[in-house]
Design a protein around this ligand. Structure first.
Ligand code: ADP
Ligand code: MG
Length: 443
Protein backbone atom coordinates (compact mmCIF):
# COMPACT_ATOMS: atom_id res chain seq x y z
CA UNK A 1 0.00 0.00 0.00
CA UNK A 2 2.87 2.32 0.70
CA UNK A 3 3.94 1.62 -2.86
CA UNK A 4 0.64 2.81 -4.28
CA UNK A 5 0.71 5.82 -2.04
CA UNK A 6 4.21 6.68 -3.16
CA UNK A 7 2.97 6.94 -6.73
CA UNK A 8 0.25 9.32 -5.68
CA UNK A 9 2.66 11.35 -3.63
CA UNK A 10 4.99 11.57 -6.55
CA UNK A 11 2.33 13.23 -8.64
CA UNK A 12 1.27 15.55 -5.83
CA UNK A 13 4.66 16.89 -4.87
CA UNK A 14 6.37 16.70 -8.25
CA UNK A 15 9.02 14.31 -9.31
CA UNK A 16 11.98 16.26 -7.99
CA UNK A 17 10.58 16.75 -4.52
CA UNK A 18 9.48 13.20 -4.53
CA UNK A 19 12.92 11.88 -5.38
CA UNK A 20 14.63 14.12 -2.90
CA UNK A 21 12.32 13.77 0.04
CA UNK A 22 9.74 11.05 -0.23
CA UNK A 23 11.57 8.22 -1.97
CA UNK A 24 14.23 7.92 0.76
CA UNK A 25 11.73 7.54 3.56
CA UNK A 26 10.15 4.27 4.41
CA UNK A 27 6.85 3.45 5.92
CA UNK A 28 7.39 1.41 9.04
CA UNK A 29 4.22 0.65 10.94
CA UNK A 30 1.12 2.08 12.51
CA UNK A 31 1.22 2.08 16.25
CA UNK A 32 -1.76 1.35 18.43
CA UNK A 33 -2.49 4.98 19.22
CA UNK A 34 -2.84 5.98 15.58
CA UNK A 35 0.75 7.05 15.07
CA UNK A 36 2.19 6.22 11.68
CA UNK A 37 5.91 5.64 11.93
CA UNK A 38 8.31 6.33 9.11
CA UNK A 39 12.01 5.68 9.05
CA UNK A 40 14.21 8.40 7.67
CA UNK A 41 17.91 8.50 6.81
CA UNK A 42 18.72 11.56 8.95
CA UNK A 43 17.06 13.69 11.58
CA UNK A 44 16.96 16.63 9.26
CA UNK A 45 15.02 14.54 6.82
CA UNK A 46 12.36 13.80 9.36
CA UNK A 47 11.98 17.43 10.27
CA UNK A 48 11.89 18.58 6.70
CA UNK A 49 9.44 15.98 5.48
CA UNK A 50 7.18 16.49 8.41
CA UNK A 51 7.19 20.24 7.97
CA UNK A 52 6.80 20.27 4.22
CA UNK A 53 4.79 17.18 3.52
CA UNK A 54 3.37 16.24 6.89
CA UNK A 55 -0.10 17.52 6.08
CA UNK A 56 -0.07 15.81 2.74
CA UNK A 57 1.22 12.50 4.07
CA UNK A 58 -1.32 12.55 6.82
CA UNK A 59 -4.13 13.33 4.44
CA UNK A 60 -3.18 10.60 2.01
CA UNK A 61 -2.53 8.12 4.75
CA UNK A 62 -5.82 8.73 6.47
CA UNK A 63 -7.61 7.79 3.27
CA UNK A 64 -6.30 4.24 3.45
CA UNK A 65 -5.83 4.01 7.21
CA UNK A 66 -8.42 6.20 8.89
CA UNK A 67 -7.07 5.43 12.34
CA UNK A 68 -3.89 7.37 11.64
CA UNK A 69 -3.84 10.72 13.36
CA UNK A 70 -0.18 11.54 13.76
CA UNK A 71 3.13 10.99 12.07
CA UNK A 72 6.39 10.06 13.64
CA UNK A 73 9.78 9.93 12.02
CA UNK A 74 12.59 7.91 13.42
CA UNK A 75 16.09 7.28 12.22
CA UNK A 76 16.44 4.14 10.17
CA UNK A 77 18.35 1.32 11.89
CA UNK A 78 18.24 2.86 15.32
CA UNK A 79 15.60 3.04 17.89
CA UNK A 80 16.15 6.65 18.79
CA UNK A 81 12.83 8.20 18.34
CA UNK A 82 13.03 11.23 16.18
CA UNK A 83 9.59 12.22 17.14
CA UNK A 84 8.03 15.02 15.28
CA UNK A 85 4.44 14.50 16.07
CA UNK A 86 2.25 16.59 13.91
CA UNK A 87 -0.49 17.21 16.38
CA UNK A 88 -3.76 15.92 15.14
CA UNK A 89 -6.29 18.60 15.96
CA UNK A 90 -8.82 15.90 16.74
CA UNK A 91 -6.73 14.94 19.73
CA UNK A 92 -4.75 17.93 20.82
CA UNK A 93 -5.75 21.52 21.03
CA UNK A 94 -5.16 23.69 17.99
CA UNK A 95 -2.68 26.47 18.68
CA UNK A 96 -4.10 29.96 18.77
CA UNK A 97 -1.89 31.46 16.14
CA UNK A 98 -1.85 30.01 12.74
CA UNK A 99 1.53 28.41 12.22
CA UNK A 100 3.25 29.59 9.10
CA UNK A 101 4.74 26.89 6.96
CA UNK A 102 8.45 26.72 7.77
CA UNK A 103 10.72 28.94 5.76
CA UNK A 104 13.83 27.67 4.11
CA UNK A 105 16.70 29.56 5.72
CA UNK A 106 18.64 29.53 2.47
CA UNK A 107 15.94 31.31 0.52
CA UNK A 108 17.06 34.85 1.23
CA UNK A 109 17.52 37.88 -1.00
CA UNK A 110 21.26 37.60 -0.45
CA UNK A 111 21.29 34.27 -2.13
CA UNK A 112 19.01 35.21 -4.97
CA UNK A 113 20.99 35.92 -8.09
CA UNK A 114 19.41 38.67 -10.14
CA UNK A 115 19.52 38.73 -13.92
CA UNK A 116 17.44 40.00 -16.80
CA UNK A 117 14.86 37.22 -16.58
CA UNK A 118 13.97 37.85 -12.97
CA UNK A 119 14.85 41.47 -12.24
CA UNK A 120 11.30 42.75 -12.23
CA UNK A 121 10.00 40.03 -9.97
CA UNK A 122 12.97 40.58 -7.70
CA UNK A 123 12.40 44.33 -7.54
CA UNK A 124 8.71 43.89 -6.75
CA UNK A 125 9.48 41.33 -4.06
CA UNK A 126 12.08 43.64 -2.55
CA UNK A 127 9.59 46.46 -2.41
CA UNK A 128 6.97 44.36 -0.66
CA UNK A 129 9.61 43.05 1.74
CA UNK A 130 10.24 46.57 3.02
CA UNK A 131 6.87 46.34 4.67
CA UNK A 132 5.98 49.93 3.97
CA UNK A 133 2.79 51.15 2.39
CA UNK A 134 0.80 48.54 0.59
CA UNK A 135 1.26 49.74 -2.97
CA UNK A 136 0.37 46.76 -5.11
CA UNK A 137 -2.05 44.29 -3.82
CA UNK A 138 -1.94 41.48 -4.50
CA UNK A 139 1.54 40.91 -5.80
CA UNK A 140 1.16 38.04 -8.19
CA UNK A 141 4.38 36.23 -9.10
CA UNK A 142 4.29 33.62 -11.76
CA UNK A 143 6.73 31.52 -13.75
CA UNK A 144 7.68 27.98 -14.64
CA UNK A 145 8.93 25.36 -12.27
CA UNK A 146 12.20 26.04 -10.49
CA UNK A 147 12.53 29.68 -11.47
CA UNK A 148 12.57 31.05 -7.95
CA UNK A 149 8.98 31.83 -6.95
CA UNK A 150 9.18 30.06 -3.63
CA UNK A 151 12.64 31.43 -3.03
CA UNK A 152 11.40 35.00 -3.48
CA UNK A 153 8.38 34.46 -1.25
CA UNK A 154 10.48 33.06 1.56
CA UNK A 155 12.90 35.92 1.11
CA UNK A 156 10.05 38.39 1.56
CA UNK A 157 8.95 36.59 4.71
CA UNK A 158 12.50 36.58 6.12
CA UNK A 159 12.91 40.27 5.49
CA UNK A 160 9.53 41.18 6.89
CA UNK A 161 10.41 39.42 10.11
CA UNK A 162 13.30 41.81 10.54
CA UNK A 163 11.79 44.93 9.03
CA UNK A 164 8.35 44.58 10.52
CA UNK A 165 8.38 42.23 13.50
CA UNK A 166 5.01 43.65 14.47
CA UNK A 167 3.31 42.12 11.45
CA UNK A 168 1.75 38.72 11.48
CA UNK A 169 3.12 37.10 8.36
CA UNK A 170 1.64 33.89 7.12
CA UNK A 171 3.25 31.87 4.36
CA UNK A 172 1.75 28.64 3.13
CA UNK A 173 1.24 26.66 -0.02
CA UNK A 174 -2.17 26.58 -1.61
CA UNK A 175 -2.13 22.90 -0.88
CA UNK A 176 -1.67 23.54 2.82
CA UNK A 177 -4.39 26.14 2.68
CA UNK A 178 -6.66 23.51 1.27
CA UNK A 179 -5.76 20.84 3.78
CA UNK A 180 -6.32 23.19 6.64
CA UNK A 181 -9.60 24.21 5.18
CA UNK A 182 -10.74 20.62 4.72
CA UNK A 183 -9.59 19.78 8.20
CA UNK A 184 -11.53 22.68 9.66
CA UNK A 185 -14.59 21.54 7.77
CA UNK A 186 -14.23 18.03 9.03
CA UNK A 187 -13.81 19.16 12.59
CA UNK A 188 -16.48 21.79 12.33
CA UNK A 189 -14.06 24.53 13.21
CA UNK A 190 -14.77 26.86 10.33
CA UNK A 191 -15.24 29.86 12.56
CA UNK A 192 -11.78 29.44 14.03
CA UNK A 193 -10.34 28.90 10.60
CA UNK A 194 -11.80 32.11 9.27
CA UNK A 195 -10.85 34.14 12.24
CA UNK A 196 -7.30 32.95 12.23
CA UNK A 197 -6.79 33.76 8.61
CA UNK A 198 -8.31 37.14 8.92
CA UNK A 199 -6.01 38.13 11.73
CA UNK A 200 -3.09 37.86 9.38
CA UNK A 201 -1.29 41.02 8.18
CA UNK A 202 0.60 39.59 5.26
CA UNK A 203 -0.69 36.49 3.54
CA UNK A 204 1.45 34.56 1.10
CA UNK A 205 0.00 31.65 -0.80
CA UNK A 206 2.37 29.67 -2.95
CA UNK A 207 1.36 27.70 -6.05
CA UNK A 208 -2.17 28.96 -6.12
CA UNK A 209 -2.93 27.05 -9.32
CA UNK A 210 -3.37 24.11 -7.00
CA UNK A 211 -6.75 25.25 -5.76
CA UNK A 212 -8.15 25.83 -9.23
CA UNK A 213 -11.07 23.51 -9.76
CA UNK A 214 -11.50 22.84 -6.06
CA UNK A 215 -14.69 24.71 -5.57
CA UNK A 216 -15.18 25.03 -1.86
CA UNK A 217 -11.51 25.82 -1.26
CA UNK A 218 -11.62 28.43 -3.96
CA UNK A 219 -14.65 29.94 -2.38
CA UNK A 220 -13.03 30.17 1.02
CA UNK A 221 -9.82 31.46 -0.43
CA UNK A 222 -11.74 34.15 -2.22
CA UNK A 223 -13.45 35.29 0.96
CA UNK A 224 -10.23 35.32 2.91
CA UNK A 225 -8.60 37.19 0.11
CA UNK A 226 -11.31 39.83 -0.05
CA UNK A 227 -11.44 40.31 3.67
CA UNK A 228 -7.69 40.95 3.72
CA UNK A 229 -7.65 43.27 0.74
CA UNK A 230 -10.49 45.27 2.26
CA UNK A 231 -8.40 45.74 5.38
CA UNK A 232 -5.49 46.82 3.21
CA UNK A 233 -3.42 43.81 4.17
CA UNK A 234 -0.68 42.71 1.80
CA UNK A 235 -1.22 39.56 -0.19
CA UNK A 236 1.41 37.77 -2.23
CA UNK A 237 0.47 34.97 -4.53
CA UNK A 238 2.50 32.70 -6.74
CA UNK A 239 1.45 30.40 -9.53
CA UNK A 240 3.07 28.50 -12.32
CA UNK A 241 1.24 30.57 -14.93
CA UNK A 242 -0.52 33.87 -15.42
CA UNK A 243 -3.95 34.39 -13.83
CA UNK A 244 -5.73 34.24 -17.17
CA UNK A 245 -4.05 30.96 -18.02
CA UNK A 246 -5.17 29.14 -14.91
CA UNK A 247 -8.02 26.92 -15.92
CA UNK A 248 -10.97 26.26 -13.66
CA UNK A 249 -10.43 29.44 -11.75
CA UNK A 250 -13.51 31.44 -11.09
CA UNK A 251 -13.61 34.66 -13.01
CA UNK A 252 -14.08 36.87 -10.00
CA UNK A 253 -10.98 35.34 -8.43
CA UNK A 254 -9.05 35.74 -11.62
CA UNK A 255 -9.87 39.40 -11.92
CA UNK A 256 -9.09 39.95 -8.26
CA UNK A 257 -5.71 38.32 -8.78
CA UNK A 258 -5.07 40.57 -11.75
CA UNK A 259 -6.03 43.70 -9.91
CA UNK A 260 -2.65 44.17 -8.29
CA UNK A 261 0.78 43.80 -9.80
CA UNK A 262 1.38 40.75 -11.95
CA UNK A 263 5.03 39.99 -12.69
CA UNK A 264 6.60 36.96 -14.23
CA UNK A 265 9.86 35.14 -13.82
CA UNK A 266 11.18 34.36 -17.26
CA UNK A 267 13.12 31.22 -18.04
CA UNK A 268 16.75 31.67 -17.04
CA UNK A 269 19.25 32.67 -19.67
CA UNK A 270 22.86 31.63 -19.94
CA UNK A 271 24.21 34.57 -17.91
CA UNK A 272 21.82 33.99 -15.06
CA UNK A 273 22.54 30.29 -14.97
CA UNK A 274 26.26 30.96 -14.87
CA UNK A 275 25.78 33.50 -12.09
CA UNK A 276 23.73 31.06 -10.06
CA UNK A 277 26.33 28.34 -10.52
CA UNK A 278 29.13 30.65 -9.47
CA UNK A 279 27.34 31.76 -6.36
CA UNK A 280 26.51 28.17 -5.54
CA UNK A 281 30.16 27.18 -5.89
CA UNK A 282 31.06 29.78 -3.27
CA UNK A 283 28.76 28.11 -0.81
CA UNK A 284 30.54 24.82 -1.49
CA UNK A 285 33.91 26.21 -0.49
CA UNK A 286 33.37 25.30 3.12
CA UNK A 287 31.84 21.96 2.53
CA UNK A 288 34.39 20.79 -0.01
CA UNK A 289 37.52 22.85 0.66
CA UNK A 290 39.71 20.67 -1.51
CA UNK A 291 37.55 20.66 -4.62
CA UNK A 292 38.12 23.14 -7.40
CA UNK A 293 35.93 23.67 -10.37
CA UNK A 294 36.97 25.39 -13.56
CA UNK A 295 35.00 28.22 -15.04
CA UNK A 296 34.98 26.18 -18.22
CA UNK A 297 32.95 23.47 -16.56
CA UNK A 298 30.53 25.96 -15.05
CA UNK A 299 30.09 27.49 -18.49
CA UNK A 300 29.50 24.09 -19.94
CA UNK A 301 26.80 23.38 -17.37
CA UNK A 302 25.22 26.80 -17.83
CA UNK A 303 24.99 26.10 -21.53
CA UNK A 304 23.83 22.59 -21.37
CA UNK A 305 21.42 22.40 -18.49
CA UNK A 306 17.86 23.51 -18.83
CA UNK A 307 16.35 26.65 -17.46
CA UNK A 308 15.07 25.06 -14.25
CA UNK A 309 17.33 26.30 -11.48
CA UNK A 310 16.50 23.36 -9.28
CA UNK A 311 17.87 20.98 -11.89
CA UNK A 312 20.93 23.15 -12.29
CA UNK A 313 21.62 23.21 -8.57
CA UNK A 314 20.93 19.52 -8.27
CA UNK A 315 23.50 18.82 -10.96
CA UNK A 316 26.16 20.86 -9.22
CA UNK A 317 25.40 19.27 -5.88
CA UNK A 318 25.69 15.85 -7.36
CA UNK A 319 28.92 16.73 -9.12
CA UNK A 320 30.60 17.93 -5.92
CA UNK A 321 29.34 15.01 -3.88
CA UNK A 322 30.46 12.55 -6.52
CA UNK A 323 33.92 14.07 -6.95
CA UNK A 324 34.48 14.11 -3.22
CA UNK A 325 33.28 10.53 -2.84
CA UNK A 326 35.54 9.15 -5.52
CA UNK A 327 38.32 11.51 -4.45
CA UNK A 328 38.91 12.89 -7.92
CA UNK A 329 39.23 16.41 -9.23
CA UNK A 330 36.30 17.81 -11.16
CA UNK A 331 37.27 17.40 -14.79
CA UNK A 332 35.18 17.62 -17.90
CA UNK A 333 35.18 13.83 -18.19
CA UNK A 334 34.02 13.37 -14.63
CA UNK A 335 31.32 15.97 -15.17
CA UNK A 336 29.99 14.31 -18.27
CA UNK A 337 30.08 10.92 -16.62
CA UNK A 338 28.44 11.96 -13.45
CA UNK A 339 25.76 14.07 -15.10
CA UNK A 340 25.14 12.02 -18.22
CA UNK A 341 21.44 11.62 -17.52
CA UNK A 342 20.83 15.28 -16.71
CA UNK A 343 22.77 16.37 -19.76
CA UNK A 344 20.87 14.00 -21.98
CA UNK A 345 17.55 15.12 -20.59
CA UNK A 346 18.19 18.77 -21.20
CA UNK A 347 20.08 18.34 -24.42
CA UNK A 348 19.36 21.40 -26.44
CA UNK A 349 19.36 19.34 -29.58
CA UNK A 350 21.78 21.56 -31.40
CA UNK A 351 22.93 19.46 -34.29
CA UNK A 352 26.40 19.02 -35.65
CA UNK A 353 25.17 20.24 -39.06
CA UNK A 354 23.85 23.42 -37.52
CA UNK A 355 27.18 24.11 -35.87
CA UNK A 356 29.10 23.41 -39.04
CA UNK A 357 26.85 25.66 -41.07
CA UNK A 358 27.07 28.55 -38.63
CA UNK A 359 30.84 28.26 -38.28
CA UNK A 360 31.36 28.17 -42.05
CA UNK A 361 29.13 31.20 -42.40
CA UNK A 362 30.93 33.03 -39.63
CA UNK A 363 34.37 32.53 -41.18
CA UNK A 364 33.12 33.00 -44.72
CA UNK A 365 34.28 29.63 -45.93
CA UNK A 366 32.45 26.90 -47.73
CA UNK A 367 30.92 24.07 -45.76
CA UNK A 368 32.78 21.57 -47.93
CA UNK A 369 36.07 23.21 -47.00
CA UNK A 370 35.22 23.17 -43.32
CA UNK A 371 34.52 19.47 -43.38
CA UNK A 372 36.93 18.53 -46.15
CA UNK A 373 40.53 17.34 -45.98
CA UNK A 374 42.43 20.58 -46.64
CA UNK A 375 44.79 21.50 -43.85
CA UNK A 376 45.44 25.12 -44.64
CA UNK A 377 45.06 27.30 -41.64
CA UNK A 378 42.13 29.24 -43.07
CA UNK A 379 40.12 26.06 -42.91
CA UNK A 380 41.81 24.21 -40.08
CA UNK A 381 41.15 26.80 -37.41
CA UNK A 382 37.43 27.19 -38.11
CA UNK A 383 37.25 23.40 -38.24
CA UNK A 384 38.71 23.18 -34.76
CA UNK A 385 36.31 25.82 -33.54
CA UNK A 386 33.43 23.82 -34.96
CA UNK A 387 34.70 20.63 -33.32
CA UNK A 388 35.05 22.43 -30.05
CA UNK A 389 31.49 23.72 -30.27
CA UNK A 390 30.21 20.27 -31.14
CA UNK A 391 31.90 18.92 -28.06
CA UNK A 392 30.51 21.68 -25.87
CA UNK A 393 27.02 21.98 -27.21
CA UNK A 394 26.03 18.51 -28.24
CA UNK A 395 26.09 15.19 -26.48
CA UNK A 396 28.02 13.56 -29.32
CA UNK A 397 31.11 11.52 -28.59
CA UNK A 398 34.51 12.37 -30.03
CA UNK A 399 34.49 9.48 -32.52
CA UNK A 400 31.07 10.50 -33.75
CA UNK A 401 32.14 14.11 -34.16
CA UNK A 402 35.19 12.87 -36.05
CA UNK A 403 33.01 10.86 -38.39
CA UNK A 404 30.90 13.89 -39.16
CA UNK A 405 34.00 15.89 -40.02
CA UNK A 406 34.89 13.87 -43.07
CA UNK A 407 35.74 10.71 -41.18
CA UNK A 408 38.47 12.09 -38.97
CA UNK A 409 39.89 10.16 -36.07
CA UNK A 410 38.70 10.92 -32.53
CA UNK A 411 42.23 11.92 -31.52
CA UNK A 412 42.13 14.64 -34.17
CA UNK A 413 38.93 15.94 -32.66
CA UNK A 414 40.41 15.79 -29.16
CA UNK A 415 43.47 17.67 -30.33
CA UNK A 416 41.29 20.33 -31.97
CA UNK A 417 39.17 20.77 -28.88
CA UNK A 418 42.26 21.11 -26.67
CA UNK A 419 43.82 23.60 -29.04
CA UNK A 420 40.75 25.83 -28.91
CA UNK A 421 40.55 25.53 -25.14
CA UNK A 422 44.09 26.92 -24.97
CA UNK A 423 43.50 29.60 -27.56
CA UNK A 424 40.34 30.79 -25.90
CA UNK A 425 42.42 32.00 -23.00
CA UNK A 426 45.23 33.59 -25.01
CA UNK A 427 43.46 34.83 -28.06
CA UNK A 428 40.59 37.19 -27.47
CA UNK A 429 39.57 37.04 -31.11
CA UNK A 430 38.92 33.32 -30.83
CA UNK A 431 37.14 33.82 -27.51
CA UNK A 432 34.86 36.40 -29.12
CA UNK A 433 34.19 34.21 -32.13
CA UNK A 434 33.16 31.36 -29.88
CA UNK A 435 30.93 33.50 -27.78
CA UNK A 436 29.21 34.92 -30.84
CA UNK A 437 28.70 31.52 -32.38
CA UNK A 438 27.42 30.10 -29.17
CA UNK A 439 24.83 32.79 -28.84
CA UNK A 440 23.75 32.42 -32.43
CA UNK A 441 23.40 28.68 -32.00
CA UNK A 442 21.47 28.88 -28.81
CA UNK A 443 19.16 31.65 -29.89
P1 ADP B 1 9.76 27.66 -7.90
O1 ADP B 1 9.07 27.89 -6.59
O2 ADP B 1 9.60 28.78 -8.86
O3 ADP B 1 9.43 26.34 -8.51
P2 ADP B 1 12.10 27.71 -6.25
O4 ADP B 1 11.94 29.04 -5.65
O5 ADP B 1 11.76 26.55 -5.38
O6 ADP B 1 11.32 27.60 -7.62
O7 ADP B 1 13.58 27.58 -6.77
C1 ADP B 1 14.18 26.31 -7.06
C2 ADP B 1 15.60 26.31 -6.59
O8 ADP B 1 16.36 27.19 -7.37
C3 ADP B 1 15.76 26.77 -5.16
O9 ADP B 1 16.77 26.01 -4.54
C4 ADP B 1 16.18 28.22 -5.29
O10 ADP B 1 17.00 28.62 -4.22
C5 ADP B 1 16.96 28.19 -6.58
N1 ADP B 1 16.88 29.45 -7.31
C6 ADP B 1 15.93 29.83 -8.19
N2 ADP B 1 16.19 31.04 -8.69
C7 ADP B 1 17.33 31.44 -8.14
C8 ADP B 1 18.13 32.63 -8.26
N3 ADP B 1 17.80 33.63 -9.09
N4 ADP B 1 19.26 32.70 -7.53
C9 ADP B 1 19.62 31.69 -6.71
N5 ADP B 1 18.92 30.56 -6.55
C10 ADP B 1 17.78 30.43 -7.26
MG1 MG C 1 7.69 26.77 -5.58
Amino acid sequence: QWGAMQDQLSSSVGENNYKTWIAPIDFDRIEADGVAVFSVPTNFFGTYVSQHYGDLLLAKLSLVAPEVSRLKFRLANTDTQQAQPRPAPAQSAQPDVLPSAPLDARFTFDRFVVGKPNELAHAAAKRVAEGGLVTFNPLFLYGGVGLGKTHLMHAIAHDLKTNRPDLNVLYLSAEQFMYRFVQALRERRMMDFKELFRSVDVLMVDDVQFIAGKDSTQEEFFHTFNALVDQNKQIIISADRAPDEIKDLENRIRSRLQSGLVVDLHPTDYELRLGILQSKVLTYREQYPSLQIDDGILEFLAHRISTNVRVLEGALTRLFAFASLVGQPITMELTQDCLADVLRASDRKISIEEIQRKVAEHYHIRLSDLIGPKRVRNFARPRQVAMYLCKQLTARSLPEIGRRFGGRDHTTVMHGVKRIEELRIKDSQIADDIELLRRALEA
